[in-house]
Design a protein around this ligand. Structure first.
Ligand code: 5GP
Length: 121
């Protein structure tokens, strides 16, 4: 079954495959990073695995190298975006209460201004 036939396919799958446009800032064999379409801070980048993992609770030990790579990519992007020294935030939302909208695992990299308290309410 091709990815695009999978019921797990999302808008992010289309971005990875280049089927819809996105401002991709990094891509390799396992990870893609692109600017969020609705940025919540001056820098708002999504770091996602190229394979579909719907939520963080779907990961297994086999995903650990991939998850580590996502963190490394996020850290390097924070540096290249010039927000590493002042500080930034990484967020992974999970399902309903976590506010997850797209069911393809992603890490939000947010920075470029003071981000305030961790939770809005
Ligand atoms: P979530 O709420 O699932 O943690 O975050 C999903 C994020 O994906 C949101 O911040 C939303 O703005 C972003 N997003 C949704 N659709 C698109 C899209 O088509 N392109 C890009 N670049 N970002 C998207």
């Amino acid at each position: 079954m091709n990815d695009e036939d999978s019921p797990q396919d999302t808008i992010f799958g289309k971005i990875i495959r280049g089927e819809i446009p996105a401002d991709i800032v990094f891509q390799d064999d396992t990870v893609t990073a692109f600017r969020d379409i609705s940025p919540q801070a001056p820098v708002h980048i999504l770091v996602i695995p190229n394979q579909v993992i719907p939520t963080i609770t779907d990961v297994t030990e086999a995903h650990e190298p991939l998850l580590g790579h996502m963190m490394t990519v996020a850290a390097r992007l924070a540096e290249s975006e010039g927000i590493a020294e002042d500080g930034f935030r990484l967020i992974v939302n999970c399902r309903d209460y976590g506010g997850q909208e797209v069911y393809h695992l992603h890490v939000h990299l947010l920075g470029g201004r003071p981000l305030g308290p961790m939770l809005a309410s």
